[in-house]
Design a protein around this ligand. Structure first.
Ligand SMILES: Cc1ncc(COP(=O)(O)O)c(C=O)c1O
Length: 431
């Protein structure tokens, strides 16, 4: 390959289909712990984790060893034709660590595939065909998952038509309440609206509601504490299944192994991906025993899904999360980060809202605290300034102005302080 960083960037711009965003002008060649290095040897603190993937850090040596061991023995056999040891071990482990009642796993290669499985399974089990999703949600980039994604800008835009039979309920987005209310006086109107969505927008043939416990791509939107209890009660009364999409929130990110634990509800299905295998491609849909039994032979399959190497990586990764108490560490560091950000908000008028759980933190930038006009350009400039200062962050949200701080959970306090300093300095430079 070409020798300089610049050459690689020029070749990528010539030969790759770049379909998401303009790539940042660095070529990352190495990662360790919470840091990555570019081709010129420059170190960056990674505060985005490859979009919330490397929760246990970059290249954890135990996972690397597990991958090597499994790759030397067996890379692929077809876990849907023959039994496979790591695949079955992982299914048993997921049943142990997910909320009570979830027992049977299907494995694919991505979060989108996990959600595709959940949607099909819900239809098959209930023999109903409509789905309810949330505005501001994100569930993947396949046509099926975009159909249940509640965002047009840079997601559904230009890609229709989508699947029919999907209705959207308001997002629990308190900073920009779609009903103009404020919490707690609103009495969870956004959750209660689901009843009217069923009544007025569907043909009363609803199989499931799919929701992220914290809406990541929507801008790290954290629903109020009682939100999912109200939703679950309402669904149970109608025998509608609750699918919780934990693709981004799962595996200790929010201070619990799974974010739905913050809400004290038991979903009927949960979808997993991203951080499950420390960066190897794997997705899973775990369902209640009876729901998981609904598929019949021939109903669903993914050639590489449940690949033994990815499953061996996931098993070792989960052991690390447990043994190193990464959920507790994420909770503690997240509390510290949020406190410092709240303090920063007092002196930085661009910061409109600070929200999150554990190390899944969003900072929404606005041009004016009263009108809440999104500071989109400013958010991009902050990302650029922070990169110049050696810190990588994400920018997103439905308004395009939320800074996303989602570092590996093993990040040290000293590194977090450097992130906060870089953020403060960047806000000052552009302010
Ligand atoms: C909540 C959620 N669900 C599903 C997906 C899709 O996952 P993948 O990109 O692995 O298909 C994402 C990706 O960002 C996500 O955040």
């Amino acid at each position: 390959m070409k020798s300089s960083q610049r050459d690689v960037i020029v070749a990528a711009e010539r030969y790759r289909i770049l379909s998401f965003t303009k790539l940042e002008p660095i070529v990352i060649v190495e990662g360790r712990g919470a840091s990555v290095w570019d081709m010129e040897g420059r170190e960056y603190i990674d505060c985005y984790s490859g979009i919330s993937v490397v929760n246990s850090g970059h290249c954890p040596p135990r996972v690397v060893e597990a991958i090597k061991r499994q790759a030397e023995r067996l890379i692929h056999s077809g876990p849907y034709v023959y039994h496979s040891l790591p695949t079955t071990e992982l299914a048993v482990k997921l049943a142990e660590i997910t909320p009570p009642g979830l027992e049977r796993s299907f494995f694919g290669n991505s979060g989108a595939e996990a959600n595709e499985c959940a949607l099909k399974l819900a239809k098959k089990f209930t023999k109903r065909h409509e789905i309810i999703a949330l505005e501001c949600s994100f569930h993947g980039r396949t046509i099926g998952t975009l159909s249940v994604t509640g965002q047009s800008r840079r997601r559904r835009y230009d890609m229709g038509p989508y699947l029919s039979g999907v209705s959207f309920a308001p997002a629990p987005y308190c900073y920009r309440c779609p009903m103009g209310r404020s919490y707690p006086e609103c009495d969870l109107l956004c959750a209660r609206r689901i009843e009217e969505v069923i009544e007025y927008h569907t043909s009363n043939n609803v199989a499931a509601l799919i929701a992220e416990p914290i809406l990541g791509e929507g801008g790290i939107i954290v629903p109020p504490d009682e939100y999912f209890k109200v939703v679950k009660e309402l669904l149970e009364a109608r025998d509608i299944l609750l699918i919780v999409d934990e693709v981004q929130t799962g595996f200790a990110r929010t201070g619990r192994m799974f974010a739905v634990e913050h809400y004290g509800v038991e979903p009927d299905m949960m979808t997993l991906g991203k951080a499950i295998a420390a960066g190897l491609p794997l997705g899973a849909c775990i369902a209640r025993d009876d729901v998981g039994m609904a598929f019949e032979p021939g109903d669903h399959l993914s050639t590489f899904g449940g690949n033994p190497v990815c499953c061996a990586a996931a098993l070792e990764n989960i052991r690390i999360l447990e043994e190193e108490h990464l959920a507790e560490r994420a909770e503690e560091k997240g509390r510290y980060l949020m406190k410092r950000l709240e303090e920063m908000r007092e002196s930085k008028s661009l910061i409109g809202d600070v929200r999150g759980e554990g190390l899944m933190v969003g900072v929404e930038l606005v041009k004016d605290g009263k009108t809440k006009r999104p500071a989109v350009e400013e958010a991009s400039r902050v990302r650029e300034e922070m990169r110049n200062l050696g810190v990588l962050i994400g920018v997103g949200g439905v308004k395009g102005s939320t800074l996303r701080l989602q570092p590996p959970l093993i990040i040290s306090k000293e590194q977090l302080d450097r992130v906060l300093e870089a953020l403060e300095e960047s806000l000052s430079r552009i302010g």
